[in-house]
Design a binder for this molecule. Structure first.
Ligand code: GTQ
Length: 352
């Protein structure tokens, strides 16, 4: 046999082996190794932008057709076009836009998934967590840590819309989803609205061992108001030059340990001064960005995405992002950095 014939014979025998093994759920690694262990991340997720206006119109139409109570959660999923059928915005995280109309209640439940809410519009509706309401205003961040009872209600006279960020795909990956519904639609208010912010939100905490220390020790705070984070961000912007890759950037922290807000999800805000162009930066945490204020352009692999107020942009793992601000840009973002850091996976690359 010559070399070609020998190679053909090897291929034929291997193919016969694969065909025989497959019914026994056995497969050759050497055929897939390069796709499994890649030298750098190759996310199936794509860069995608949702303009807020059209998404909002569809959500309000859904509001005419189904009640929050009937839907349990009336949400439009922001599904990544590269991850069809998964309800995921990046492989590990979920994003959705939730609508609560005046007088409605999204019934009380709890689940092992962690959630954050970032308010897009409306004022005065609440998320209640374990007996305490957080009254929501535009661009507030509100958390629902895993397994805490929560319901949402709108006692204002205007629709309330927020972005939901959950770790649904992560919990699915670990096959660790549990959920329960409370028999009553809304839980009782055990304490006044804003109570935990006053107790734990000012670098103070009730003395350990006293009844006043009523929130779980590992997750005392769940409301990060816009009025507070904006003041910190603008103060930073006024005091020093922006970081060349990030602009001015602040991460939200869990006061219990100084780490990310939840075990699986990290969140941050950024300010990019007018006329500033950030240098390209990539990181392994796929990130969902919301434009809070201003106008600009995001460039990813030479492709430009216009950014206008309340638009949403997803940047998958290891895609280099450059941001140019036309007017001062304020962005909110959340990602799976919290989980990746725990697993020793998180990396970033600051390009020139
Ligand atoms: O508000 O509890 O967008 O359980 C998806 C699942 C919101 C919620 C979502 C949920 C919720």
């Amino acid at each position: 046999m010559d070399g070609i014939a020998r190679a053909n014979d090897q291929q034929a025998q291997l193919q016969a082996l694969y065909a025989e093994m497959a019914p026994h759920s056995l497969y050759p690694l050497w055929e897939v190794l390069a796709a499994l262990v890649t030298p750098t991340p190759r996310s199936p997720a794509r860069v995608h932008r949702w303009e807020y206006g059209p998404a909002r119109d569809y959500l309000l139409r859904a509001g005419d057709l189904i009640s929050a109570e009937q839907a349990e959660r009336r949400v439009l999923i922001l599904e990544n076009p590269g991850l069809p059928g998964t309800s995921a915005v990046i492989p590990s995280l979920y994003a959705g836009l939730q609508l609560i109309l005046p007088g409605e209640i999204a019934p009380c439940h709890r689940h092992t998934q962690c959630a954050l809410r970032f308010v897009m519009e409306g004022e005065g509706a609440y998320t209640a967590i374990d007996g305490e309401r957080a009254i929501m205003r535009p661009f507030d961040l509100v958390l629902t840590p895993n397994w805490q009872w929560h319901d949402h209600g709108n006692e204002s006279d205007r629709p309330m819309i927020w972005l939901d960020g959950l770790d649904i795909p992560t919990v699915r990956f670990y096959d660790a989803s549990f959920a329960e519904r409370l028999e009553r639609p809304a839980q009782n208010q055990a304490v006044p609205a804003g109570d935990s912010l006053r107790r734990y939100g000012r670098n103070l905490r009730p003395m350990r061992g006293t009844a006043a220390d009523r929130r779980p020790a590992h997750q005392p705070l769940f409301h990060y108001p816009y009025a507070e984070w904006r003041e910190s961000l603008m103060g930073l912007a006024a005091s020093e030059a922006p970081d060349p890759h990030l602009g001015h950037a602040l991460e939200f922290v869990n006061p219990a340990d100084g780490g990310p807000i939840m075990p699986t999800i990290a969140a941050h805000v950024r300010h990019i001064p007018a006329g500033f162009e950030s240098k390209p930066r990539r990181s392994t945490d796929g990130t969902i960005l919301v434009v809070v204020e201003g106008r600009g352009t995001a460039r990813i692999h030479g492709v430009e995405q216009k950014l206008a107020e309340r638009d949403l942009l997803v940047v998958p793992s290891w895609q280099a992002l450059e941001i140019r601000a036309e007017t001062p840009l304020v962005l909110f973002g959340y990602s799976d950095k919290a989980a990746q850091e725990k697993l020793g996976l998180w990396r970033e690359d600051r390009l020139q």
